[in-house]
Structure formats: C-alpha cells, structure tokens
Design a binder for this molecule. Structure first.
Ligand SMILES: *Cc1c(COP(=O)(O)O)cnc(C)c1O
Length: 436
C-alpha cells in the first residue's frame, strides 16, 4: 500500500519509507491510499473474537501488503501484551481503560507497535537506527518503554531539566539498555530545536541513520484503531450495547487518538457519533462550531497532555472528509472544559460512582454526560491512569491515598541515569558524532 502526503506536493511512498521518515517531504502527514471496509458479517461475530485477533485483522487491512503475515501477527500480539478493558462507570456510560501498558497511558500501544515494525524493516540493515525524541513528559516515557530492548534501535530522549514530574522522569531515566536520557538545561522548546537541527544536519545524516518517533508517524497512529474495534466487541459481548447506538468520547490534544477512531468508522465500525473533549485548548471546538480553523499557542491546563494549540492530526481529519465542514461537524461534536470544570467532574464522578478518572478521562466522561440521548450508549477513552496525576487528583477528591500502581512504584525505585547537556547544538552534535 502506498502512503500519500496530505499536502500532495510529493510522490507517495511505501510503508517502510513512511515509517522511517515520519513526516512527508512536503511537511504533510502520510495517509494510506485506501481504507478497506470490513464485511458486515465481521461485526456480527466480533464479540467472539479476542482483542489480539481483532487487532490482527485490522492490521492486515493497513499493513498486510507490506509486512509478511506471520511477522505482522507477531508484531500485533507482542504489542498487545496488555489488556484494554471496558468497565461500567454509570448508567449507559462506560470507560475504555487504555492505561494497562508499561507507562500507564494509551501512547504505549502506538509506541510498542512502531518499535516492532521499525525493527522488522531494519533487520536486514546492519546500520543501527537512532531515534531522537524531545519530550515534555509522556511521549518520552511511552517511546522509551516501547523501544526498550528492541534490537538495532537506540533511543535518545531529550527532556527539560526540572520541568517534568518525578514519576514521568523515572519512566525514561531508569531504563538503561538502548535508552539514553539527555537532561537539557533549558525548556521543552530547546529540546525540540536540538532534535530538529540534528535532523537537518548534513554531516550527521551522512554518518547516522536518524529518525523520530513522533505521534504523527503512521506506525504510531494507525494501531490506535485496534482498541476501538475491541471496545465494540467487548461491549457487545458483555451486553452493554443492547440495541443502542454507540457514542465514543475522546479526550483530545493532537487528535491522533480520535482520528484513529474515525479510520475505524470508515472501516465499518458502527459508531453513531464521536465526541471530541478538549480542555481550554479549543481550536478544533471552535472549528466545529464556526467552520473557521485558527491554530494558536497552547495554554497550560491540568489535563496537560491535551495542551496543544495546533493539533497536527487535524490535517488528516480534513483529508478524510474532503475538507467538508458539514461532514466533519456531523461526525464529531465538540466539547470544551476549564480546569475548574475538570476538577469538578473528577470529584463528582468519584463521589457518585466510586470511579476515579484522571483529568483527561474526566473531560471525556463529562462530554458523554452532557450529550447522550435516549437510545444511546457512551464509552469514553480513559487515556491515562489517575495515579499519573496524583497531585491534581488527590487535591480534588480530598484524600491523599491514590495508590501508586506497582509498575510506577518500580520505576521510582530504580537508579536514575542521565547525561546532562546544555542547549548548545555543538555539544549535542559532538555527542551524536561519537555514536555508531
Ligand atoms: C497524548 C494524550 C492525550 C491526547 O491524545 P491525542 O492523540 O494527542 O489527541 C490525551 N490524554 C493523555 C493522557 C495523553 O497522554
């Protein structure tokens, strides 16, 4: 299958190139040239099929022409070594828990899949690949853990000194093996600038195979469709849907997660409606209302993984629906919440149902609560474990005992190993030059 650029100013490429390059040469995002629809009979029996089997069927639709079947099966099964269960929260409102992976957030799925797919394409290649990631917290931990121990790939995580939480930092500074943490004496923007400058440096690119593990990469983006299909299957299996329409609510920042859901719907998944739940970074919310898209600088909120002012996957949504505002605003309804509303929702849901949402999931829950009508059942994507946001969550529910899951506690115990570095590109370049 070929992948074309949303900017349409550069030739289409094969899957391997789309994965290794990440972004198209004209700065557009890669899109698969076709989206295959499942036969409706697939959905009649889907409740009898396991998560891994469903994911394998979905993966074959996208990657089946480019990856040998047995290898693809191994990549999928290995990625989904943890579950994404659907649990009941309130009447007709369910939570799709995407936080049972190594770093307790949904990005683990895409990061693991990408690591294994990249490894598949590079086994023949004797040259080591160097993945450079700038992180403000969560991306670095998902990528580092997804790539941990994968042959032929070394990950270098650049993060701003003193600006990520202790829990986040421990998730990429304690791993060792093929993961190196670079503690940059600057801001997230400085980290990003160093990485971008390295990608453009001719001397470095002659010597090393450099790549990014950005969330716009098709190998991170498309596998997120897996758990939408599985949510439908498990809800059907557990009698949660009855004859109701399914409404899916997605806490959104860069809109990769929600766009993967739209792809699932294009493949035939019976979803009546998507809800995009935002914090105060509301450019898509405004677009859905007015048809005008005005990206701007992000503002800081307590749901910080959604602090995005210019969501990159918006280009894919426009492309998917031929730039029709009418179509887009009928498939997706927008919701926007202030920090105060998010805190209020975490508290109310906890007091009324006993379910503890993280600040991102809380936005998803609230959108369902406000939107759902008669004959509809809702599921929201719980994108992170609440323990990743203990300071916010404990303050809101008024007791200081959100237990740290064992996985997080393990990270906190291990020794932190970092390489301190200034924001001077020459120093970063010298570091990269001595790599093999
Ligand atoms: C990354 C992230 C989001 C936003 O997902 P997008 O795909 O960027 O829209 C939401 N919640 C959490 C916890 C995240 O880490």
């Amino acid at each position: 299958m070929k992948y074309y650029s949303t900017n349409k100013n550069t030739p289409s490429v094969n899957l391997k190139n789309a994965v290794v390059k990440g972004l198209a040469a004209d700065n557009g995002l890669f899109m698969p040239e076709r989206i295959e629809k499942f036969n409706p009979s697939f959905f009649e029996n889907i409740q009898n099929i396991s998560f891994q089997e469903i994911a394998f069927e979905v993966a074959k639709n996208f990657f089946g022409e480019d990856v040998e079947e047995a290898s693809l099966k191994e990549i999928v099964y290995d990625t989904l070594a943890f579950d994404c269960p659907v649990v009941k929260v309130a009447d007709n409102i369910y939570s799709l828990e995407l936080f049972h992976g190594p770093t307790l957030a949904f990005k683990d799925v895409g990061a693991r899949f990408m690591a294994r797919l990249l490894n598949y394409f590079l086994v023949e290649n004797e040259k080591q690949v160097h993945v450079l990631v700038a992180t403000s917290g969560d991306t670095g931990s998902a990528v580092a853990n997804g790539f941990l121990g994968v042959d032929g790939i070394h990950v270098h995580v650049l993060y701003p000194k003193g600006k990520v939480s202790k829990i986040q930092e421990s998730q990429f500074t304690t791993l060792g093996q093929n993961i190196t943490a670079l503690e940059i004496d600057g801001t997230f923007d400085d980290c990003q600038r160093l990485v971008k400058t390295a990608f453009l440096d001719e001397e470095l690119n002659k010597k090393l195979l450099l790549t990014s593990a950005n969330s716009i990469n098709v190998a991170r983006f498309l596998p997120q469709a897996f758990y939408y299909f599985n949510a439908y299957a498990r809800m059907k299996e557990q009698g949660m849907l009855q004859n109701n329409e399914l409404v899916i609510s997605v806490p959104s920042g860069n809109f990769g997660n929600l766009t993967a859901g739209l792809f699932a719907r294009e493949m035939g998944l019976p979803v009546a409606q998507f809800l995009a739940a935002n914090n105060e970074n509301d450019v898509v919310y405004e677009y859905l209302k007015s048809g005008e898209y005005n990206p701007r600088d992000s503002v800081e909120t307590i749901a910080n993984a959604m602090d995005v002012g210019a969501p990159s996957n918006f280009a894919r949504i426009l492309e998917l629906y031929g730039h029709s505002h009418e179509k887009i605003s009928s498939v997706i309804k927008g919701f926007r919440y202030s920090d105060e509303q998010i805190r209020e929702t975490v508290k109310n849901v906890y007091e009324q149902t006993g379910y503890l949402c993280d600040p991102h999931g809380a936005c998803g829950y609230r959108a369902l609560e406000e939107f759902l009508g008669v004959g509809q059942t809702g599921v929201f994507l719980e994108t992170a474990h609440p323990a990743k946001f203990t300071e916010t969550v404990e303050g809101v529910i008024g007791n200081g005992n959100v237990p740290l899951p064992p996985k997080l506690a393990e990270f906190m115990k291990d020794e932190r190993r970092v390489l301190p570095m200034s924001i001077d590109f020459q120093q970063f370049k010298e570091y990269l030059k001595q790599l093999k």
